[in-house]
Design a protein around this ligand. Structure first.
Ligand code: OFO
Length: 171
């Protein structure tokens, strides 16, 4: 049985994960309607992932004798300035989610709920991965700057290396 303080913070996280899903869906729509099909695909996939995160919290709370309340969700932004703006806001949001996962860890420790503490570890690791992925995309976007050339160079450099190695081996 979950202690009320633990159930309360887990239910709050359901809302945050649901908002994350809708935020990335809104970003996908912006990207798709502005001609960035690849970025839209990335955001749609991210939105699906966030929905799965939300479901993990819902099911865990239910399994442990609580009730995974489904919240009303605040409307996410509709307009963004650029792809860089999109990923800068994604980074800010993921930092916020990392902080909220850390708060859950803190409450589990305070309440000595070591089962939930252990269960939450998956999200601690997930946030490391999410921040790393977005940070690497932001690095690439900064590299692009005003010119797309460097981006394509960066994308293709390892393929160029592999092709060169294969050509050398065949000689
Ligand atoms: Fe649920 O990890 Fe991103 O927000």
């Amino acid at each position: 049985m979950l202690k009320p303080q633990v159930e309360d913070i887990l239910v709050k996280q359901i809302e945050k994960e649901a908002y994350s899903s809708n935020l990335y869906l809104a970003m996908a729509v912006w990207a798709e309607t502005n001609g960035f099909a690849g970025v839209a695909d990335w955001m749609y996939a991210q939105a699906d992932e966030e929905r799965l995160h939300m479901l993990k919290f819902v099911k865990y709370v239910n399994e442990r004798g609580g009730k995974g309340v489904i919240p009303a969700i605040e409307m996410p932004p509709v307009n963004f300035e650029s792809v860089l703006d999109l990923f800068t806001k994604t980074m800010t949001h993921e930092n916020f989610i990392t902080e909220s996962i850390n708060e859950i860890v803190g409450v589990c420790m305070e309440q000595r709920d070591f089962n939930t503490l252990q269960w939450t570890q998956w999200f601690v690791n997930e946030q490391i991965e999410e921040e790393r992925n977005v940070s690497s995309l932001l690095d690439k976007l900064k590299m692009i700057g005003d010119s797309g050339t460097l981006y394509f160079f960066d994308r293709d450099i390892m393929a160029i290396r592999a092709a060169a190695s294969a050509a050398n081996a065949a000689q």
